[in-house]
Write a protein that binds this ligand. Structure first.
Ligand SMILES: [Zn+2]
Length: 98
């Protein structure tokens, strides 16, 4: 069976991506003055690295939120912040281009 033909997989969402993109967007506003490259390759590398450091939070509909609990959400926001910072630093130290 071809799952991708039978089911609408666009309903699968990983909330981690939204958190990472939001945090990355805020960090990138100051990233250039800190020496980070803002090209497509470096930014997408950093997003991928950060995503791989974090636990995914998939859900299968538009409804539902990863956390009903604000304290847990704060903890997770801190983890996202650290992952994004580490990912940016790694890409800066080892960019995929010269
Ligand atoms: Zn670059």
């Amino acid at each position: 069976m071809d799952i991708e033909k039978e089911y609408d997989l666009s309903l699968l969402h990983n909330d981690t991506l939204g958190f990472v993109l939001k945090e990355m967007g805020e960090r990138l506003e100051h990233a250039q003055e800190e020496g980070f490259c803002l090209c497509q390759d470096c930014v997408l590398d950093a997003i991928a690295l950060a995503m791989n450091m974090l636990k995914p939070y998939y859900h299968a509909s538009l409804l539902g939120n990863m956390y009903a609990n604000a304290a847990l959400e704060n903890t997770y926001a801190r983890e996202v912040k650290i992952a994004v910072q580490e990912a940016l630093q790694k890409v800066k130290n080892n960019p995929s281009h010269d």
